[in-house]
Design a protein around this ligand. Sequence first.
Ligand code: GLC
Length: 658
Amino acid sequence: MYEQVSHSLLNQILDEIKPEIRKRDLRHFYTRLGANFYVIHLLFHHLYGKRDDFKKQMIRLVEVMATRYVQRHVSLKQLDSEREKDHNWFLSQEWVGMALYADGFAENLQGVESRLSYLQELGVNILHVMPIMICPEGASDGGYAVSDFRNVDPGVGTLDDVNTLATSARRRGMLLILDMVLNHLSDEHEWAQRSRAGERKYQDYFYIFDNRDIPDMFEETMPEIFPETSPGNFTWDEQMQKWVMTVFNDYQWDLNYNNPAVFIEMLDNTLFWANQGADILRLDAVAFLWKKIGTTCQNEREAHLILQLMKDCCQVTAPGVLFIAEAIVAPVEITKYFGEDAVIAKECEIAYNATYMALLWDAMATKNTQLLWQGIQSLPTKLDRATWLNYLRCHDDIGLGFDDADIVRAGYQPPAHRQFLVDYFTGRYSDSSARGRPFGVNRKTGDARISGSLSSLVGLEDAIQRNDDAEINRSVKKILLLHSMICSFGGIPLLYYGDEIGTLNDYSFMEDENKAGDNRWMHRPKMDWERAEQRHKRGTPEQHIFDGLKKMIAARKGIPAFADFNNRELIDVENPHLFVFWRTDPFMLLGSVLVVCNFDDSPQYMELSALGNRGIFEHGNLRDIYSGESPRLFKEQLVVPPFHFYWLTDQRPEVGAL
Ligand code: GLC
């Protein structure tokens, strides 16, 4: 019944679509639209069905999809078809990413292109270039306040540069990730400017109110994202004499997805960037897409419906393009951004694994893996055709977003434990050499997050200043240990630029008035290429880290058990300093791999009997795939040196011969 409604609507739409689009070759488009239209209609109707102009908006939606399809370059269309045939392509262990700011890494996009060989040297084959669209010259939240969604910021280049970079990357077998900021835009954007000038049409693109009545109701339940620099969730606009919802900074206006025109415009922008050659789009702040009084205005059901609709539409026009959900929310909420099922209610194929990231930092501080163990055990299983983006550091702060119940199960008290972690990483704790800073401190709730570069957080900055070689070595070991965890867990490891050479905190942001209030800039460095040259000098920390990562990445690519087919099992080895998991080989090619990590600064052992009947030790000949060596065994115990990891496999002759 309902299918018939949707079929007849589709036929009407196709009759009414602009003739200049209709006469183009739309064969593949029609096949995909036919397959997805039922769900597209269902979702669009659910969100906007009560409006008088529903049908008009629906026609416009299809027109946008068709127009962008017509404009899509033939080479991208070919890639779409190839990826449709091999739809699990992104679950392979062969992918390794790096996130970077174009200007911080290499001055601009052309510079990034000229440095692709550096990334290849390391083994990186996915490049995430952080926001490049036009944004205000002053404070712009690191480019996340976009003032023009269709143009590149002149400071980093042009649209041609993006196309050249995408093509050049593709020629080298590399993928390109670009950001799509869906939730908000800069108050310098044309839509905000026209709202200010009094245009009703554009005021409807935002949440704008004459007085504080509704804002006050919203704020009763909305948390503050930047409590120090931008408290509250609304900003008074002098010119309009009205309140605007600004969940992030006061210059970032939240888009109102109750209005279908907003959805259609943002879909159009998304497809525009898909057509610039992006293989993957990072959808920023997706948890915030729907606002409802009486809620936190995060993770609302409609936010998921919007993402499902976005995915379904994108699959019609640019099916080869994947989405990453940037939803830094509670563990049970994050997995929902993959969708409920991979056929009907699919959302993003990839999601930031913020839970794992924060848990790894917990294990670093406590030298204990109880909470890491608990947190991963409690993480809901994700869809088969979805994967994690596993990372240690990024351009944002570290939020301690683990589940309170898990903290309790691990034997700690939630507020006290969180406070300990902030103290530890900001160096206030006596036994800590970390050099982070508190970020987003909320005096009302006591919440705080942490800024700082990976190397400074593990103690390298402190060790270098004190000229302490032993401590330098220990920090390097910690850096490699942490990376081994994101390379073996299952999912795509996403490195952060500069970490591969041990880049320390950059304090120069304090001299820039547009950055001084936001200490996330201390870990958004200008790449020091002279220091990068030290990677060729034996014995330097740069060389140890770079070569260690290079070896690790190469090893990962050769281990089919590290592909992500939900083929991981945690093993309880009854040693709270070790984190151990078992990765089975989904293709039965090279066999299973046992991952063992010691987060403590003293050697640890594990009883081999803990492995039960997993078979790996039966033949006695174990080999660590990373080092190529055999680990130390003492009687029936495996010995794990401080801050050390193993990727163990059974060295049966027939396996070696494969
Ligand atoms: C995302 C970005 C962050 C930004 C926020 C608002 O979380 O990663 O840097 O501040 O969105 O755009």
